[in-house]
Design a protein around this ligand. Structure first.
Ligand code: NAG
Length: 328
């Protein structure tokens, strides 16, 4: 009898310990249909695959104005049945100039589905920048920050607290391109706040900051719209039905489905889906015709300020998406 009791106690202690050690994630986002998929992916991976615990969402102007992003974050958490996760509202505009974002995912950022709920949970009082800093103090190196939108909030956190980046486990930045003839124009997230991007790049070091250029997703996760609609989109869950509505405006615009944000979550939670990293002297042009174009000089890690996700394992990534999104 005594042995049984001791065994039970040990189990409880081990479970508590793993909970303490479990890594934590904050997603800074501008949802956005692709952000919605990234957040759903994080929550399903947390629940079914022992992934990092999502401890907050921070919002910023980007794909759609911040008030829409906030409403979209509320709806996403409601659909995922995870309204325990706090939302912290952030920047309404960029640091210097705020470009017109267009409406790639529809006027509301989520496919103009009209989907609404009468029990949405309001945001926290605390703003996104203070929340990012406070979470970095609470969780220190157990905290990963992933930005999948405009970089305004993270730049402000870096400027407000010079130890913010050092304290984190890692910052993943889904933005920018490796420019070539195929990708001559500024990437959307980089373009939306060029000065913020520059602040992040200037303060980066390759042990703390990984950039995920969109060009590499388009090249190495060059997935067809047919796969997205007919294979992935056929999964019979509430989340995928919502995702099909959220991407209903954007999907018909191309015969490809190029989605940076869920790929960024994949890199964070399952790094084996990356096939190659590079190290780079990475920055962004602030002035003239090249404003918003990101720059890379590939070098040894010792000379680099950033790690770059260069290529992905496409077939394994598609299987990963199907596996995770088949769960409820
Ligand atoms: C994606 O694949 C299509 C069809 O093979 C090709 O035409 C296109 O150039 C590819 N895109 C990229 C960015 O590699």
């Amino acid at each position: 009898m005594l042995r049984v009791i001791i065994f039970v106690c040990l189990c409880v202690t081990a479970a508590d310990f793993s909970e303490v050690k479990k890594s934590k994630l904050v997603i800074d986002n501008d949802a956005g249909g692709d952000d919605a998929m990234a957040i759903f992916l994080t929550l399903l991976y947390e629940k079914h695959f022992d992934g990092p615990k999502l401890v907050g969402l921070t919002t910023a102007n980007g794909n759609t104005p911040e008030h829409n992003v906030y409403f979209n974050n509320q709806r996403i958490l409601r659909i995922a049945d995870r309204q325990d996760i706090p939302i912290f509202r952030g920047s309404k505009s960029s640091l210097v100039t705020t470009p017109d974002a267009g409406a790639w995912f529809g006027n509301d950022g989520l496919g103009d589905s009209g989907l609404n709920f009468d029990d949405l949970v309001p945001a926290q009082e605390k703003n996104a920048v203070t929340a990012l800093i406070d979470l970095s103090k609470t969780y220190k190196s157990d905290l990963t920050v992933l930005t999948i939108g405009t970089l305004t909030n993270v730049a402000l956190a870096i400027k407000t607290d010079s130890e913010f980046l050092d304290r984190l486990g890692h910052l993943y930045v889904a933005a920018g391109h490796i420019h070539d003839d195929e990708n001559p124009d500024a990437e959307f997230n980089a373009h939306m706040d060029v000065e913020a991007y520059h602040i992040v790049a200037k303060n980066a070091n390759p042990d703390k900051v990984t950039f995920l250029p969109f060009s590499q997703v388009m090249t190495h996760l060059n997935i067809t719209r047919a796969w997205r609609e007919e294979v992935f989109g056929a999964i019979d869950t509430d989340i995928i039905r919502a995702m099909n509505q959220f991407e209903s405006v954007s999907l018909p615009k191309s015969d490809r489905w190029h989605a940076l944000d869920p790929a960024a979550v994949a890199v964070v939670v399952k790094p084996s889906l990356v096939s190659e990293y590079q190290y780079s002297k990475h920055d962004i042009n602030l002035c003239g015709q090249k404003r918003g174009l990101t720059t890379n000089t590939f070098v040894d890690k010792a000379e680099a300020n950033a790690r770059i996700v260069y290529s992905y394992k496409e077939e394994e990534y598609k299987k990963f998406l199907l596996d995770v999104f088949s769960r409820k």
